[in-house]
Design a protein. Structure first.
Length: 75
């Protein structure tokens, strides 16, 4: 995950928490729900980025394994 992605996701989580607290303090249930949703969105983006990174790494490992196998067959 890039630094920009991490920053963007953290920004969503922090902004979400701020909205959630604001909603609790003011008694605005809608604002509180918006904050919770935004915080969850930031966490979900983290998980999605981690999963995408894992898939990419696995695909690269598979390509390397195939290349190694081809090289061994050539010898």
């Amino acid at each position: 995950m890039s630094v920009e992605d991490k920053f963007d996701n953290a920004q969503d989580k922090v902004a979400g928490k701020a909205k959630e607290v604001e909603g609790k303090v003011t008694g605005d249930k809608s604002r509180e729900a918006q904050g919770k949703a935004q915080g969850l969105f930031g966490k979900a983006k983290d998980k999605l980025s981690d999963a995408a990174e894992a898939v990419k790494d696995s695909a690269e490992d598979a390509v390397d394994a195939v290349k190694d196998g081809v090289e061994k067959l050539k010898k």
